[in-house]
Design a protein around this ligand. Structure first.
Ligand code: NA7
Length: 536
């Protein structure tokens, strides 16, 4: 027997996903409560305030498309927007659509319990009362649960300890300081050149060298901006139908079938274009090791050209994985930074960090003393934020137990046994391998249509079937097996977190095809979902 809940829906998170979910659902007349652990909107852009923090997608498409007026009014100052500007943008969106009033800030949700008798979710945030809602929509992001490495003593470092994913709000001044950075992922690669310009000395602890591509960030070009604004509908349409939710031309030729001299010229062209466009050079870069090796060889030559010291250059060249299958960071002076006299690379692949004592980072073969330690070790990605909550579905079953072997979902949107719970850009959706705002809008629109359909039909509960979920997981895994992604250990697989089951968390079938499939499923009466009750 259903009872009337406090809200139609609870939305958790006030980043790109949560803001749009609240805007869309309230515009359809749903009664919505938003919960956000930060003190304001922004999500990943609220927390990641380290110097150099920036989006690796270009601004004109890393933005909302749901409002014509918004996209016409807003002008980005840089090709790739930096964190303060994206945070301002999200603040502007919150003001413009009057969204803050729906949110409780500083309210980290701790428990989500499905009450089978009343067919409602009971939601409790830290220190707050329990509220009830028909639906829960997780908009907690794929990169939001901070990963502190399990290095003994690190949290007791006696100097200034900083994590890129939980950075202080006041500017951190590194002038005259001896700084250590642990990690060489995308966050570190963005932060290192900025820290190096200020610090007296910087040491970078590298466990795994990464393939880093140039971003070529620059001030926006007013002519290009005008063109974008005149062509936004085409640009959004291209994003909506492309494999990566980006407005790039798909590759048409194979690297292996292209003569060497032409291949070099094509790589050079895409290198000069900058960013992830490099991966649109050839069709077989992600499916054929030999083809991928041609791209590796090209980038290796670039590193050798930029980095003066041959030993440092060699250490910076990845040897552990093909290019592109572990998230490639984008470079704004990263490799050049290692030519500075105040910067050293410490290769810890064979001599790991053993402990931190006082102000000393101790590796297997040396001690290093610092004033500041910057921990750039990323996130418990994709599942970390959800699994940090106590989520209980039918029969009191926890999400932790359901996902003991790794995440299992249908379309990355729903989990069997967890009725009326939707996960925006959830595990096994295209998520982090698609341009996020486009991926977010597609999920929110699909969920909103579904809720609207249920309201019109007088249906109270929707639930993924176990069979549909099992089919989706095996389909998603099968596609991973056809690519080179299994050749790298990465946060896509969860292997950056000790003890986390190794399962690829992203759907690789392409965003456009995925989106069509979601639409087809809805049109077929929400195939693979079960509607189980009508509310009073
Ligand atoms: P990433 O990409 O997960 O990078 C984390 C880095 O920290 C990476 O170089 C890790 O080396 C290193 N790391 C992690 N644990 C340790 C320990 N214990 N010792 C030494 N080094 C360690 O996180 P980011 O924040 O840079 O980027 C995350 C995403 O945000 C990024 O991909 C973009 O999508 C945006 P490893 O490679 O595991 O050997």
């Amino acid at each position: 027997m259903s009872r009337v809940p406090d809200y139609d829906a609870v939305v958790i998170g006030a980043g790109f996903a949560g803001l749009y979910a609240v805007q869309k659902l309230t515009s359809l007349g749903f009664h919505v409560a938003g919960f956000e652990r930060g003190e304001d909107v922004g999500g990943v852009w609220y927390w990641n305030r380290y110097p150099g923090a920036r989006c690796d997608c270009e601004s004109y498409y890393y933005s909302y498309g749901f409002s014509q007026d918004l996209q016409q009014d807003w002008t980005w100052s840089r090709r790739y927007a930096e964190q303060p500007e994206i945070l301002n943008y999200l603040g502007h969106v919150a003001d413009r659509f009057d969204l803050r009033r729906h949110f409780r800030f500083g309210a980290a949700v701790e428990t989500l319990v499905f009450d089978e008798a009343d067919e409602i979710w009971r939601v409790r945030a830290q220190g707050g009362p329990t509220v009830t809602a028909r639906f829960v929509i997780s908009a907690m992001g794929c990169l939001s649960a901070v990963n502190w490495p399990d290095i003994p003593g690190i949290r007791s470092f006696q100097g200034r300890l900083l994590h890129t994913a939980d950075w202080p709000h006041d500017r951190v001044n590194f002038s005259g300081r001896r700084v250590g950075v642990i990690g060489t992922g995308a966050s570190a690669v963005q932060a290192i050149p900025h820290i190096a310009r200020e610090a007296a000395h910087l040491k970078v602890f590298q466990r795994t060298a990464n393939w880093v591509l140039p971003a070529w960030n620059r001030a926006s070009d007013p002519d290009f901006d005008a063109w974008v604004k005149a062509h936004y509908s085409e640009i959004r349409e291209r994003c909506a139908t492309s494999p990566g939710a980006v407005p790039f031309d798909a590759p048409t030729q194979s690297a292996l079938e292209t003569p060497e001299v032409d291949r070099q010229a094509i790589y050079q062209k895409y290198w000069d274009l900058g960013g992830m466009r490099f991966f649109t050079a050839f069709t077989d870069m992600f499916s054929n090791l030999e083809a991928n090796a041609t791209a590796q060889a090209f980038v290796r030559q670039q590193i050798l050209k930029i980095v003066n010291d041959p030993e440092t250059a060699r250490a910076l060249i990845p040897t552990t994985h093909p290019i592109g299958v572990k998230r490639p960071p984008l470079d704004d002076d990263y490799y050049e930074t290692f030519n500075r006299p105040n910067v050293n690379l410490v290769d810890i692949r064979n001599a790991p960090i053993i402990e931190v004592v006082g102000q000393t980072v101790r590796t297997a073969d040396a001690d290093y003393e610092f004033d500041d330690l910057v921990v750039a070790t990323g996130f418990d990605a994709i599942t970390g934020a959800l699994l940090a909550l106590d989520v209980r579905g039918r029969g009191g079953v926890t999400l932790q137990s359901r996902w003991r072997e790794g995440p299992s979902t249908y379309l990355g949107l729903g989990v069997a046994g967890f009725p009326n719970l939707f996960t925006i850009t959830g595990p096994l959706s295209p998520a982090v391998l698609a341009n996020m705002p486009t991926a977010v809008e597609q999920h929110v629109d699909w969920i909103a249509d579904c809720l609207d359909h249920m309201r019109r039909e007088g249906i109270g509960v929707i639930e993924t079937t176990e069979a549909a979920e099992a089919d989706w997981v095996s389909h998603a895994n099968e596609i991973v097996g056809q690519t080179l992604y299994p050749h790298a250990e990465s946060w896509y697989f969860g292997t950056n977190i000790p003890g986390k089951p190794r399962r690829f968390g992203v759907y690789l079938g392409g965003f456009g095809a995925y989106s069509d499939r979601c639409d087809g499923i809805a049109q077929a009466g929400y195939e693979g979902f079960r509607f189980t009750s009508a509310p009073n």
